[in-house]
Design a protein around this ligand. Structure first.
Ligand code: CP
Length: 334
């Protein structure tokens, strides 16, 4: 897919759009929102009297693909900032689409007239780029096909920082299908805060997605110790394991014509369970962008290692920080 330049820096379409200074600014803003969101009493709130609450802005969510966290998360973040949100993809009620004849171009021009920022999630890799070309408004890529999910990467980095501290001192593992968009953006974003060690846990015999391979090479060039393993237990000595195997079924040899394959046995090396964590006496922080699939057993939920629901909580201040930046016209400089 052709990559547009970011001459104005108005859009957040890829982890590549983000510079080290941008990430630092997002984390700083997120920390301020995190403190503010957790203030227990009103007297403490008085220290934030200088927070400027302007006329509410309108944030449009254009999601043609299912989402719980990203859609609700941005709507909540907008509300927490005193702004509002509208859903602008509604094939049953809007005029857009083949059945009613309104083009995406006209739809975007209409949405643009009603809103201040558009967040796009699509099964089409090109859609956020297309909307960014069509509209003068700032556009956020909230996940496009198997391309990228840059805001999730910022959430993941913030979650690691809040729960385990300075990333440059940490060993971080990622267990995934290397075509997963969260994984692509995560490894790309890590260049801005390279860990001491990075380990990719992935299926053997399947080529690593070139985007992930290149991002790992970049980490290596920045001094990170980079390696590849094929069993999740080999990551249990790391400080952090981010794990999501979106669709285990597609990893099965059965899909290649070996119907007799034992799928359970085949996917087991990529499943994390409480038993494995306890057997390895592991303190590894387990993250998962969610939703979980069979790679993350619910037996992990009661262990102190489980960081994935705290990760969801920490996503609000990051989304607030991203919206705050973009709604005030602060460009991405990566
Ligand atoms: N992590 C994430 O993108 O979740 P949703 O698909 O629910 O938005």
């Amino acid at each position: 897919m052709s990559r547009p330049n970011y001459p104005s820096g108005k859009d957040l379409l890829s982890a590549e759009a983000v510079s080290q200074a941008d990430l630092g600014d997002v984390l700083e803003r997120a920390d301020r929102h995190w403190i503010e969101l957790n203030l227990a009493d009103e007297s403490a709130e008085s220290q934030f009297v200088n927070v400027v609450r302007r006329r509410p802005k309108m944030v449009a969510t254009l999601f043609d693909q299912r989402s719980t966290r990203t859609r609700l998360g941005f709507q909540v973040a907008a509300g927490r900032l005193g702004h509002q949100s509208i859903d602008v993809f509604d094939p049953d009620r809007s005029r857009m689409g083949h059945a009613t004849g309104e083009t995406i171009e006209d739809h975007i021009k209409t949405v643009e007239a009603y809103s201040d920022l558009i967040i796009v999630r699509s099964h089409l890799e090109d859609l956020p780029y297309k909307v960014a070309r069509l509209s003068y408004l700032p556009i956020i890529n909230a996940g496009n096909g198997s391309d990228e999910h840059p805001t999730q990467a910022m959430i993941d980095i913030y979650a690691i920082y809040k729960m385990r501290g300075d990333l440059s001192k940490l060993s971080i593992a990622l267990s995934c299908d290397t075509k997963a968009r969260f994984a692509v953006s995560f490894v790309k974003m890590l260049r801005l805060w390279p860990p001491q060690r990075f380990t990719l846990c992935c299926l053997p015999g399947i080529a690593i997605n070139p985007a992930v391979r290149e991002a790992m090479e970049r980490l290596h060039s920045l001094g990170t110790l980079v390696s590849v393993v094929h069993n999740v237990v080999e990551t249990l000595d790391h400080d952090v394991l981010s794990i999501q195997m979106q669709d285990m079924s597609k990893f099965s040899n059965a899909s290649l014509g070996y119907d007799a394959v034992d799928k359970e046995q085949e996917t087991e090396p990529f499943t994390i369970t409480a038993k494995k964590i306890l057997e390895h006496n592991s303190n590894t922080l387990i993250l998962n962008p969610l939703p979980r699939f069979s790679e993350l057993d619910t037996s992990c939920d009661s262990l102190p290692n489980a960081g994935y629901f705290q990760q969801v909580k920490l996503s609000t201040p990051i989304r607030m920080a991203i919206l705050e930046r973009m709604l005030s016209g602060t460009p991405w400089t990566g």
